[in-house]
Write a protein that binds this ligand. Structure first.
Ligand SMILES: Nc1nc2c(ncn2[C@@H]2O[C@H](COP(=O)(O)OP(=O)(O)OP(=O)(O)O)[C@@H](O)[C@H]2O)c(=O)[nH]1
Ligand SMILES: [Mg+2]
Length: 523
């Protein structure tokens, strides 16, 4: 039994924080019913045998211990109001615990390995705060029916679908679910918050289609072959791009292939556009990083930096959850296969080094904080760093091709198809959307084509809403606005709703906006 220096205050509160405890101290157990609150966080407890003797406990903090089996004695703590079990190794929670915790209002189970919730958790009638973030949950259905749930956190789990009925609960005011492979509702809907989720479900019916879509960004230096790749992939055949045909700003297009809708974003590689890229790089994406292999120089750090390093750094900063495919072009202009192989190898090795350095910097920073005199003061920062390390920019091996050769374009096309359909690489590919979301998107394009919206695509909110309302009498302004916000989040339109001077203007043709930015940058 380790020596313990628990501190007591007059209010029957016991503090045993960070004492390296492996079992509950006997002196606390002896005090039995007199104890009101116990803080045992940051110890080495694997179990809490005897805890049921503290039958008047209202608050129990067991966070940051080594508990892997849910302590069944907890169910005898009928007075418990707040329970912390976050940062342990819990995998399962048995049935029959929560119905007995009639007074429990606050439950923190974040950062464990829980894969399944007990079916009777919804019998914990007074629960108003529940944190389930950083676990492996695939289903929140057992939570349906919690009458007073107010705050619910389920970030970074394995949730693909959310139960509709959960959002019919009037009491719910806070809900966070980012970092899940969501398809129903898609992450971009959830990002809008509770109201967006509720509206999404109210518009969803049994006919709502499931679509697989992926935002594909073509990045790389000017003349690398981005537009050639983009246009050739669309045709599944080489399309020649003239030398003086530089992309101005950005070209956005859509193509359907093998049941997947690709949104192609072909960026200008010329330097004067670099300042504008961040405007359009928001969510996760599939990035095709084009590298002209013929002009790439091995053993020349500057060449690597300019053609590859610069882009990887930027992608890491702006879209850290992305998948990057390195595509080496112009192999026909390389001397032979050896040259191509050598360049491919060097690029892949350098990229790997970059990613490793990035990770070791984060680990180092984390260690510095953990080694401070009182690391619990920095636990929030440590958590943030841990979150950043979870974002693994995935960089796939380099595919070297000659863009003028039909079989090379086909090879790349098939390679992209296999990559995108790989569930591990793209867990978010499939999404279920109410039909009206697609219809509104198509309507905006039609309004543009018909000239009902001016050519540059700038339109006031009132005009757009009234045009859309004419076409969808079942959708009120609030619902239409939520759909427009979703389209903004996926990048189909731009709506700077938070900026007072711009909130009444919608940019339904983002490519025009970037040209404006370019002009600004040049002046
Ligand atoms: N021989 C050969 N030419 C290529 C290959 N890929 C691209 N090109 C040519 O290289 C030139 C530049 O290609 P683009 O696709 O326009 O380059 P980009 O990356 O879109 O350039 P920016 O729009 O300026 O950013 C064009 O003339 C293409 O025809 C290739 O694999 N082999
Ligand atoms: Mg181009």
């Amino acid at each position: 039994m380790p020596s313990v220096n628990g501190t007591r205050n007059g209010k029957n509160e016991e503090d045993f924080v960070g004492k390296k405890l492996r079992t509950l101290p006997t002196e606390i157990l002896q005090r039995g019913k007199d104890v009101d609150k116990v803080d045992l966080q940051r110890n080495r407890l694997k179990h809490v045998a005897g805890i049921s003797q503290l039958s008047n406990l209202t608050e129990l903090n067991l966070s940051r211990n080594e508990i892997s089996d849910f302590p069944s004695e907890i169910k005898d703590l009928h007075q418990l109001v707040r329970l912390y079990l976050n940062q342990n190794n819990l995998k399962t929670i048995p049935e029959d615990v929560f119905p007995s915790l009639e007074k429990l209002q606050f439950l923190k189970l974040s950062t464990n390995r829980i894969a399944k919730l007990p079916e009777d958790i919804n019998k914990c009638h007074n629960l108003s705060y529940l944190n389930l973030s950083n676990n492996c949950l695939t289903d929140l259905e057992p939570l349906v029916g919690l009458p007073y749930i107010k705050e619910l956190y389920a970030e970074r789990n394995q949730l693909a679908e959310l139960p509709y009925s959960l959002f019919e609960t009037k009491s719910l005011t806070q809900f966070k679910v980012n970092g899940n492979p969501l398809k129903k509702p898609p992450e971009e809907v959830c990002a809008g918050g509770l109201k967006d989720i509720q509206n999404y479900f109210s518009m969803l019916d049994s006919n709502s289609p499931s679509v697989r879509s992926v935002k594909t960004m073509f990045l790389g230096t000017s003349m690398a072959g981005k537009s050639t790749l983009c246009r050739s992939l669309k045709q599944a055949y080489p399309v020649s791009v003239a030398e003086d045909d530089r992309t101005v700003g950005i070209e956005i297009s859509e193509v359907e292939s093998d049941g997947v809708r690709f949104y192609f974003w072909d960026f200008a590689g010329q330097e004067e556009y670099y300042n504008t890229h961040h405007v359009f790089i928001t969510a996760e994406a599939f990035v095709i990083l084009a590298i002209d292999l013929s002009s790439y120089q091995t053993e020349n750090p500057q060449s690597f930096d300019e053609k590859v390093g610069f882009w990887i750094k930027n992608i890491h900063l702006k879209i850290p959850g992305s998948v990057v495919l390195l595509v080496g072009t112009h192999v026909d202009q390389c001397t032979d296969e050896n040259e191509v192989e050598e360049k491919k190898k060097e690029i892949e090795e350098n990229v790997e080094k970059m990613l490793k350095t990035h990770k070791s910097h984060l680990d180092q920073q984390k260690m510095n904080l953990q080694n401070k005199d009182n690391p619990s003061l920095y636990s929030d920062q440590i958590n943030q760093i841990e979150r950043l390390t979870e974002y693994n920019l995935k960089v796939l091996d380099l595919v070297a091709i000659d863009c003028t050769k039909p079989q090379d374009i086909r090879l790349l096309h098939d390679h992209i198809k296999n990559t995108v359909l790989n569930k591990e690489t793209f867990p978010n590919l499939e999404q279920t959307l109410p039909k009206c979301y697609h219809e509104v998107e198509a309507d905006i394009q039609e309004l543009l084509r018909n000239g009902d919206i001016s050519e540059h695509g700038i339109v006031t909110q009132d005009i757009l809403l009234s045009e859309l309302k004419n076409r969808h009498d079942t959708l009120n302004h609030d619902k239409l606005k939520l759909i427009l916000q979703y389209l903004h989040r996926i990048g189909v339109i731009m709506w700077y709703k938070e900026i007072p001077a711009l909130k009444n203007s919608l940019f339904v043709k983002p490519s025009f906006l970037i040209t404006l930015f370019k002009d600004n940058c040049e002046t």
